[in-house]
Write a protein that binds this ligand. Structure first.
Ligand SMILES: [Zn+2]
Ligand SMILES: [Zn+2]
Length: 331
């Protein structure tokens, strides 16, 4: 697509391999969408891409972040120091900066208690909770110059991007859509081969999977000939991909109903349900790392809470723990 360059940046030690950033020519310089995390090799890779295009760092005048996960946002603080670019992202992502990256200890304490309430055995709590703290040093926080709400237009050279709020993978996730050129910058909302993680979090403000499925239906209606995702290659066939993601989550919801049906008299915790679900073709629950187990528990809970919301699952509290069971059929 003339006027847009995909600049993949390495994510060392991550199974994702790389994150895509997109450089768009603007009238006054360039816009960069997403920026990788804050490590020396990521910054070097970005500098290398720009040098190859004969573009100087300070030519980046605008920085838009799809969501504040470390792989999309971590470098924003450093990049703004180098380029002086103005920074924009959604107001809900702004809201989570402190809890994720400034007062992380408080959040970790809440998360630990919440994992315990959801049935995590005491001897596993530290292992599950420690998981993502190593990401903290890959983020240099930056506050936005402009917060977005969804619905804004961002004119940029030959493009005119519309901001679309797509909560689910993250509460304030946004996509950028250019109707005339039929392109969608989809961040982590729609990825070509992997299923973006959608988890219930201790500070979740809504039902994330319900939000995610709604956002998929919204995006699936767009006329986009090319989708430029946050990870993987650009692809065509947006409605097919959003349809496949919706079907995937429906299968997961069905799987949980079947699991709960096996023990009709015994309410199960989120942890127990997660441990009994299938997580990948080759690996069992015992193979998952602490971080992966926590992701599994939060993803299982996102599905269970949607079932609860739909009236397909009941939720009980006893002895400080949350359990779920199928509703008893009316006599
Ligand atoms: Zn993400
Ligand atoms: Zn990502």
């Amino acid at each position: 697509m003339p006027g847009v360059w995909r600049l993949p940046l390495p994510l060392r030690d991550s199974p994702l391999g790389h994150v895509n950033t997109y450089l768009v020519r603007a009238d006054d310089g360039y816009l960069l969408v997403d920026c990788g995390w804050d490590t020396a090799d990521t910054l070097r890779a970005l500098e290398g891409h720009l040098r190859a295009l004969d573009i100087r760092m300070p030519d980046i005048r605008h920085l838009v972040i799809t969501h504040i996960h470390p792989d999309h946002y971590g470098l924003a603080g450093r990049l703004r120091e180098i380029t002086n670019a103005d920074l924009s992202f959604h107001r809900l992502e702004r809201l989570f900066i402190e809890s994720r990256y400034v007062d992380a200890d408080e959040l970790l304490g809440e998360m630990r208690e919440w994992l315990r309430m959801n049935g995590t055995p005491p001897d596993e709590l530290d292992r599950l909770n420690r998981g993502s703290t190593s990401m903290m040093d890959r983020v240099q926080i930056a506050y936005p110059d402009r917060t977005l709400d969804g619905g804004e237009e961002i004119p940029c050279g030959r493009f005119n991007f519309r901001v679309i709020w797509t909560p689910g993978h993250s509460a304030g996730h946004i996509c950028l859509y250019d109707k005339a050129n039929k392109i969608l910058l989809s961040g982590d909302h729609v990825l070509p081969h992997i299923t973006p993680s959608v988890g219930l979090h201790v500070r979740a403000t809504s039902n994330p999977l319900a939000d995610y499925l709604d956002s998929l239906r919204l995006i699936g209606k767009l006329e986009a000939e090319l989708v430029m995702p946050g990870h993987g290659e650009p692809f065509q066939g947006l409605p097919e991909r959003t349809g496949a993601l919706i079907a995937h989550h429906q299968r997961r919801l069905d799987e949980i109903v079947v699991l709960l049906g096996r023990w009709p008299e015994q309410p199960r915790s989120g942890f127990q349900i997660a441990a009994e679900m299938r997580w990948s073709r080759r690996r069992t629950w015992d193979d998952l790392s602490g971080f992966e187990r926590r992701m599994a528990v939060t993803e299982a809970l996102a599905h269970i809470e949607l079932l609860h919301d739909r009236g397909q699952v009941e939720k009980t509290f006893a002895d400080g723990e949350i359990h779920y069971l199928l509703p008893t059929p009316a006599a």
